[in-house]
Design a protein around this ligand. Structure first.
Ligand code: C5J
Length: 220
């Protein structure tokens, strides 16, 4: 077992049963001109974590531990996008509209791609998800079962939406979860802080939280 100094207590994982899930580090959320910015958000906040996420992915690759990437997006005919989702918010561009990086939040468009700095390499699983959670309407559960994974490490954006939704369901499904706090971010710093507190409250009700340095030190 590898033991990481974490909150609210140390997080232990078997190195042959761990995987990293990098949530939605895609152009639509992280780059100017995407869905995130169309909602009025400052994407520079999210861009700040890119080097840390890259280092985290690098650690998993060096160790030979699985890396799984997710992308939030919809089919071109929007048949997997509930009308309520299209109506939400007050974006300057709605889901499916033509934007500076192709149609907003549509699979296969430039904006839906994972940013080049964190691009998946051959053999890494990429999950296309229509919802906020990465288990809903995807093959993620089956992929994890096939890998024999019991422990999940999380990174990505946004902390309180897609990261938290996925981590909560992973926790319900019996995975032992760790969120890398400097490899996740929100457009709203106060929401990130609240989410970290919610996750670790009540004896890690959703999971543990640690900085990348703690995982790196433990994995040496
Ligand atoms: C959002 C996400 N915030 N990836 N998506 O709509 O968190």
């Amino acid at each position: 077992m590898i033991e990481v100094a974490a909150e609210p207590f140390n997080y232990s994982f078997p190195p042959d049963k761990v995987a990293l899930i990098v949530i939605d580090m895609q152009r639509d959320f992280v780059e100017p001109g995407g869905f995130g910015e169309s909602l009025g958000n400052d994407v520079s906040l999210l861009r700040a974590i890119i080097p840390t996420v890259a280092d985290l992915i690098g650690l998993f690759r060096i160790k030979g531990w699985p890396v799984i990437h997710t992308r939030e997006g919809h089919m071109a005919d929007l048949s997997d996008c509930p009308p309520s989702k299209i109506r939400r918010g007050k974006p300057s561009l709605r889901i499916g509209d033509e934007g500076p990086m192709g149609r907003i939040m549509i699979r296969g468009e430039k904006g839906n791609a994972i940013i080049p700095e964190l691009a998946p390499i051959d053999g890494e699983i990429v999950i296309d998800k229509p919802g906020k959670g990465a288990f809903y309407a995807t093959e993620l559960g089956e992929e994890l079962e096939a890998l024999g994974v019991t422990h999940l490490v999380f990174a990505g954006v946004t902390t309180e939406v897609c990261v938290q939704t996925t981590m909560r369901e992973a926790n319900d499904r019996g995975f032992d979860c760790l969120l890398i706090e400097d490899a996740t971010e929100s457009y709203f710093p106060e929401f990130k802080a609240s989410t970290l507190a919610m996750i670790t409250a009540q004896g890690a009700i959703v999971g543990c939280v640690a900085p990348l340095a703690a995982l790196e030190a433990a994995a040496e």
